[in-house]
Write a protein that binds this ligand. Sequence first.
Ligand SMILES: [Fe+2]
Ligand SMILES: [Fe+2]
Length: 155
Amino acid sequence: MQTLHELFLHGLNDILDAEQQLVIALQGLASDSSREDLKKAFESHRIETEGHVRRLHQCFELLGERPRNTECRGIRTLIVETKAFRQEGPAEGVINAFNVGVGIKSETYEIREYESLIDMAAEMKLTDVAKLLTENLREERTALKKLVGFSQVNC
Ligand SMILES: [Fe+2]
Ligand SMILES: [Fe+2]
């Protein structure tokens, strides 16, 4: 890898895989949470996440590139940890609190990735790409705020 453009594509592939993994993971978090409002929050962010995948595909199109088969190990590890935790037989309320924590970690990861991709896109004057990434970032920030709200109440 030699250029900022290559680093940018690497990051774009990473976040695309992260989003694709999260579409499935959010479905699991919604069905495993017993609180109705928490379920709804995960479900509505799952729908937004499908939109994130679409916007990322638009970014690749704008760049005249095709996505590469990449695994986002950051999110993969979080999902593996979540599955391992469930095997410990946690109580309902504990699962809710744990799921909120998982959501906060994944949103924080996504936010940092988007912030750095947007900086790079701006640097390379990729205005339209930066705009799409900023729309995703905005929804991640809102999702994080909502989840932090859940972590402050008793699940
Ligand atoms: Fe996302
Ligand atoms: Fe997200």
